[in-house]
Design a protein around this ligand. Structure first.
Ligand code: PGA
Length: 253
């Protein structure tokens, strides 16, 4: 099953870089990345750098992503960006529901579902980020939490919409902490998630890219990415160093 799914190695720069370091980092990634039949390379940059970086990635193997977008098309939403504004800058992917947005910016399941829908309507591929807290894991709530996060989106857009979307499993306790889920722990969750999607639609489940995120780095990527149901990575810290990020890309085969 896994052989049909191409891997996606996605960098999430978060609120890091300034204009010159963003240009430098993106240029380095573009210059050093060779195309691969097995993996695609994506960088989700701060919105203010989209204009610069979109020029750098044009005609390269690197794809451009954004870290968030509003669910409405326009209006009185100070500080927000719509999905169509992102699309204007050659953005192809957008993260929705990253745990930092859920925890700090009130992105609940309903908003995340609306953002997911708005991304698709504007021709962007949403990457639905889901994940449990340490406390939820310790209370054996992991799968319930992940399923309810996915269910809210399926209720909004229908299961077929996942044909043009990805999921990123990011245990919150592993993000930016240096504590990675072990390959076995991650594979177990990915497998259970895929089984849940399979119950909704087996074709969608078979094609769905489920990325792992949470302290993935050049040292642990190969083992994580070799798991049958791990179809890529969403990488924060290690995506800020071009060589580390490219090593992860190489580890994807
Ligand atoms: P990390 O972040 O790789 O720094 O743990 C991952 C993420 O939050 O997407």
């Amino acid at each position: 099953m896994s052989s049909v799914r191409k891997k996606l190695i996605a960098g999430n720069w978060k609120m890091n870089t300034n204009r010159s370091s963003a240009i430098q980092l993106a240029s380095h990634v573009v210059a050093s990345s060779v195309g691969s039949d097995n993996a695609n390379l994506l960088i989700c940059v701060p919105a203010i750098h989209l204009a610069d970086v979109s020029k750098l990635v044009a005609n390269s193997k690197v794809v451009l992503g954004a870290q968030d977008g509003h669910w409405l098309e326009s209006g009185a939403f100070t500080g927000e960006l719509s999905m169509s504004m992102l699309k204007d800058y050659q953005v192809e992917y957008v993260l929705v529901g990253h745990s930092e947005r859920r925890e700090m910016f009130a992105d609940d399941n309903q908003r995340v579902a609306l953002k997911f829908e708005a991304a698709l309507k504007n021709g962007l591929t949403p990457i639905l980020c889901i994940g449990e807290t340490l406390q939820q894991r310790e209370q054996s709530e992991t799968l319930n939490v992940l399923i309810s996060q996915c269910e809210a989106v399926v209720e909004q857009v229908g299961i077929q919409a996942f044909e043009n979307a990805c999921v990123a499993y990011e245990p919150i306790w592993a993000i930016g902490t240096g504590k990675t889920a072990s390959p076995e722990q991650a594979q177990e969750v990915h497998n259970e998630l895929r089984a849940w999607f399979e119950k909704q639609d087996s074709t969608i489940a078979a094609g769905l890219q489920i990325l792992y995120g949470g302290s993935m780095n050049a040292g642990n990527a190969k083992e994580l990415l070799s798991q049958a149901d791990i179809d890529g990575g969403l990488i924060g810290g290690a995506s800020l160093k071009a060589d580390d990020f490219l090593d992860i890309y190489s580890a994807a085969g």
